[in-house]
Design a protein around this ligand. Sequence first.
Ligand code: HEC
Length: 252
Amino acid sequence: MKKILLLVLLILPFSVHASGDIGIPAKGGFPEYLFLEKVSEAEANSTAEMIAKAIALGRLVIFAQMGKLTDPELGDKGFTGAVFLSQWESSLEAEFMGASPAQQRIIDKLLWAGKLSMDNNQDRLNVKGVKWKHFLPAKWARETGLMFNSRTGIVTKQPSINYRHPSNAPDAKEIEVLTKLIKAGKDAKPVGEYAMMGKQKVYRYFDPIYLMPPCLACHGKPKGELDMLGFEKDGFEDGDLIGVISVAVPVK
Ligand code: HEC
């Protein structure tokens, strides 16, 4: 009996971790003061909407250049951060009219991050002799989001049904929203609601992303066939919802 008790006492400290407790999110969360940019509740929805719209438009600006960017004959593509920024800014002009000072500061930081993300990819983009260099609208948006987050605390993501990049894995809320939006199909509307991120209240906003014909080379049919980057195609069709631009804006 004593021997068994001793054995249990010896094993106990190890079994705490051996029983599936690894990889669990730590409880609690970052304090409020670490969220650098905050907006009032009155501006929460319009701010999130602006950010999502700007990311969607930035994605389109890059999308329009994909032919050139994937041309293996070309070395220097000339699509620098500055060139990208000027095109992005002109596509955005109408979106930011009437932005408040707090919103303008956020927009400026987003423009800064988007330009930097483009600059950071120049070496990759200007390689000659390779068609696909792993630069895509989704990658630009992901890397922009990281730098934007550093300077604002605002979180942006592109959670999708079948995600390729691990940082786009949908969380529980995003799975719920995606399920709802898939059901709504073409009538899906953006969804917004308040939530807590650690100790900080945030406004979470989810804007649907739909597929266009050129996207189908990778996200289309036949499902399971390898695309040119080596991922299995998703099996989607033109106009299908693939995911959302997910934005979490800290509120005062
Ligand atoms: C050449 C293949 C290819 C094409 C074409 C393509 N994608 Fe993707 N897509 C990818 C890859 C690879 C990623 C992961 C990029 C990353 O974050 O590094 C991705 C990521 C995404 C994501 C984020 C979720 C995830 O999987 O990480 C969305 C949303 C998305 N793509 C939508 C689109 C849309 C919309 C189009 C057309 C406008 C498109 N894709 C065209 C390959 C492609």
